[in-house]
Design a protein around this ligand. Structure first.
Ligand code: FAD
Length: 110
């Protein structure tokens, strides 16, 4: 089963279903670091979109949702004169996937 959540409210609703039914859960980013068996995934696949695709560039910080594409984040930050995220322009994943897999992006990485 596939569920999409575009806001924290929708995410809360998905979390309530998961708490009640306890299916295996897979959060799917851009799939750049995933191999899925031909038999599929026997549970709930969650895709973030909507609010989680937002980027907020401020004077002192760059905030990005978990569904933001890393190359998009790198380009938006660079266009706003923020340095340090240039490396991510070549990585075809999402902020959430990168954080899950590698613990980045963080200031100073890679
Ligand atoms: C050509 C290429 C180059 C790459 N270069 C690098 C590199 O230089 N350095 C590097 O570290 N990695 C690299 N990667 C690996 C990969 O791109 C990163 O790990 C990427 O950020 C994964 O993001 P994704 O959205 O594709 O995650 P997916 O492949 O969709 O998911 C990967 C894992 O993260 C979990 N996940 C995804 N989104 C979320 C979320 N929002 N919340 C919680 N968990 C989540 C998934 O459940 C899964 O376990 C590369 C991959 C490719 C194909």
């Amino acid at each position: 089963m596939l569920a999409r959540a575009g806001s924290t409210r929708e995410l809360d609703a998905v979390a309530a279903v998961v708490a009640a039914c306890r299916p295996p859960v897979l959060v799917l980013g851009r799939g750049s670091n995933l191999l899925v068996a031909d038999r599929g995934f026997p549970g709930l696949v969650l895709v973030l979109d909507g609010d989680f695709e937002q980027i907020d560039v401020r004077d002192d910080a760059v905030r990005a949702g978990g569904a933001v594409l890393l190359p998009v984040l790198a380009r938006r930050a660079a266009a706003a004169g923020r340095t340090g995220l240039e490396f991510y322009v070549g990585i075809p994943g999402s902020v959430g996937g990168g954080a899950h897999e590698r613990g980045w992006p963080r200031a100073g990485d890679p």
